[in-house]
Design a protein around this ligand. Structure first.
Ligand code: SF4
Length: 369
């Protein structure tokens, strides 16, 4: 189960079921849902109902989620059966609603109406990129405009919308990632997930990589880029509920990840990079070499395996971090002055830098950023 933290309205428990590749009409070049989810086969609606009866608490406002496929492209009868098996638990107050994930081009008004009737409260759209060329090279089979249309349809029915982005896809670069994020933020989603592309065994991307046609972001590049993207999300007030693929037995197994920026603690690496930027900036401007942080932030401030501490020591010869009572989360005290991590880690380059070169002819949403 996954808790969506970072925004009070999203602070809910998720009861996930994986339906790997169900409904997918083609295979996107990067995708290997069996490995990502660790689930070989989709459960039947009867099995879902049986499991819900044993795992749901007496009362919950959480959501039952169907992840890992294109839910709205399943046979309509199967969609109805999956949704219907959750209905009794919603009526009993054991769960607040249903979450599904699907493709941006699979949310027509009729589909959205069916989801609404069936109790769906949140839809996650796998946008991955807003660059037409990146979507084409990734064999997504949809364009950027589909995501915009779907978000409008879902919003009209009062549903929460989450968007997924994948920096580092074929044809993508830092500029494309910034552009795609700008487009995603302009749609004001309820939350985002950001998964830097990794090369998984058994995918078409692995083949391209073996032939020398594709090179993923390095871990260092992905951490740097995602720190910048996360900063812009926080600055826009949009929660990021996941950074990087979730560690699992399958993903961590020998040969599952062929190349790319997979790390079981990727989210922490990214948060720590923002801490590093903030601490270095404050130390340079103030001359301070000792910092107090909240106990709960000490790990992110130090960085994975104390990488931030080592880095700051190299920069300044001496640097000390201590946890102290009364320091607010995501702030620190240096030479008696309070600093906010997000303000101090500021990125000056606007997200819209790359907008012109990637215009797909659709209405531009980028002006507000
Ligand atoms: S990325 Fe989504 S649409 Fe593409 S193959 Fe995977 S589950 Fe299906």
């Amino acid at each position: 189960m996954e808790g969506c933290k970072g925004n009070p309205s999203l602070d809910m428990t998720i009861f996930p079921f994986f339906i790997p590749h169900q409904g997918c009409e083609q295979r996107c070049v990067f995708c290997q849902q069996h490995r990502i989810s660790g689930v070989p086969n989709a459960p039947t609606p009867a099995q879902v109902a049986q499991q819900l009866a044993s795992i749901l608490p007496p009362q919950s406002s959480g959501e039952v989620a169907f992840y890992g496929g294109s839910f709205t492209l399943l046979d309509v009868s199967l969609q109805r059966d999956y949704l219907a098996c959750v209905t009794p638990f919603i009526q009993a107050g054991q769960v607040g609603g249903i979450r599904i994930s699907t493709r941006p081009d699979a949310c027509s008004p009729e589909v959205v109406a069916r989801l609404k009737t069936g109790g769906v409260t949140t839809v996650e759209l796998g946008c991955q990129s807003f660059s037409p060329e990146v979507l084409r090279l990734s064999q997504r089979g949809h364009g950027p405009h589909d995501a915009r249309q779907s978000v409008l349809q879902l919003r009209n029915k009062g549903m929460r919308v989450g968007l997924q982005l994948m920096p580092g896809l074929p044809g993508g670069d830092f500029a494309e990632a910034r552009y795609s994020l700008a487009q995603a933020l302009s749609l004001r989603p309820d939350f985002l997930r950001i998964y830097p592309t990794v090369v998984l065994a058994g995918t078409a991307l692995e083949q391209s990589w073996r032939e020398g046609h594709y090179a993923p972001l390095t871990l260092e590049q992905a951490v740097d880029l995602c720190a910048e993207l996360l900063w812009h999300c926080r600055n826009s007030g949009i929660p990021v509920i996941r950074l990087g693929l979730q560690s699992s037995h399958e993903l961590d197994g020998e040969g599952a990840v062929v190349d790319g920026p997979y790390h079981p603690a990727f989210g922490q690496l990214v948060r720590s990079r923002l801490w590093r930027r903030a601490l270095e900036s404050a130390a340079r401007s103030s001359g301070g070499r000792q910092v107090q942080v909240a106990f709960a932030d000490l790990s992110d401030a130090h960085g994975h395996r104390r990488s931030n501490s080592d880095y700051l020591m190299r920069q300044f010869d001496s640097f000390e971090m201590v946890a102290a009572d009364g320091v607010m989360r995501e702030t620190f005290i240096m030479l008696g002055r309070n600093y906010d991590v997000m303000s101090q880690a500021c990125y000056l380059q606007p997200l819209s830098t790359a907008a012109d070169s990637m215009d797909d002819g659709a209405p531009a949403f980028i002006g507000s950023l």
